[in-house]
Design a protein around this ligand. Structure first.
Ligand code: SF4
Length: 226
């Protein structure tokens, strides 16, 4: 498998916030978000190899029940992801997969944490990735399949209050239950998050969505491997 990093920390976002977890970050992504907080998996992907057996052994050494497989985009390495999840599930781990929800596959997972990308993620107009990013970033059928097949949360990274209309349209088109939707502020520093959280909480209250802090950014900013 192509991977970028593996480390023991707490989950910083979503419904399992604060839970000690081993993060296994795959490399490579089919999207190119302008504000990507892991550009070493997308814009300039790291190219380290690890076998499924080696991944399981490295994860097992922490003695931690929760495993978060993240990226990059884990589902683009479908066969390896399926093998890894099978082995981790047999060992009794709780598995969360964080995905941009553009590729569906059946794997052994306990929580699918989708983060469909809004228009605010588009690369600049002159960037060669713009067309592909714009074409692929929202896949309604994929989101629907995950919702039907797994316990899910749907996290949106919100940059300005104007993003709300796009979220509401997706919610209506795809039939995303309001209680699965979480809004998170876009930012890679605690200051950036703080500037957005007050109005974001008001949007959550008005729409029945959940607010998700980004605890790892509050604690460590954009430091890697924590
Ligand atoms: S989907 Fe995630 S990993 Fe891929 S470019 Fe966007 S933020 Fe980065």
């Amino acid at each position: 498998m192509k991977f970028s990093e593996l480390f023991h920390t707490i989950q910083g976002e979503g419904q399992l916030i604060g839970v000690p977890s081993v993060f296994f970050r795959t490399s490579y992504c089919n999207l190119r978000c302008v504000w990507c907080d892991t550009p070493y998996t997308s814009w300039k992907p790291e190219n380290k190899d690890i076998t499924v057996a080696e991944s399981v052994a490295a994860i097992a050494q922490y003695g931690c029940k929760h495993v978060v497989i993240t990226g990059g985009e884990p589902f683009i390495q479908t066969e390896e992801l399926r093998a890894l999840c099978d082995k981790l599930a047999k060992r009794g781990h709780h598995i969360t997969i964080e995905t941009n929800a553009t590729v569906f596959a059946e794997v052994a997972a306990h929580l699918i944490s989708m983060s469909p990308k809004l228009r605010n993620s588009n690369p600049p107009a002159d960037n060669r990735f713009l067309k592909r990013h714009e074409r692929e970033r929202i896949q309604p059928d994929v989101i629907r399949k995950f919702l039907d097949a797994y316990p899910c949360q749907v996290k949106f990274v919100v940059d300005t209050p104007d993003d709300l209309a796009e979220i509401q349209a997706l919610q209506a088109d795809i039939g995303i239950p309001a209680e699965t939707i979480m809004l998170m502020p876009q930012g890679i520093t605690p200051q950036m998050l703080q500037q957005k959280q007050e109005w974001l909480v008001e949007l959550c209250k008005a729409n029945g969505y959940r607010y998700s802090p980004r605890v790892h950014v509050d604690i460590w900013g954009d430091k890697r491997g924590v």
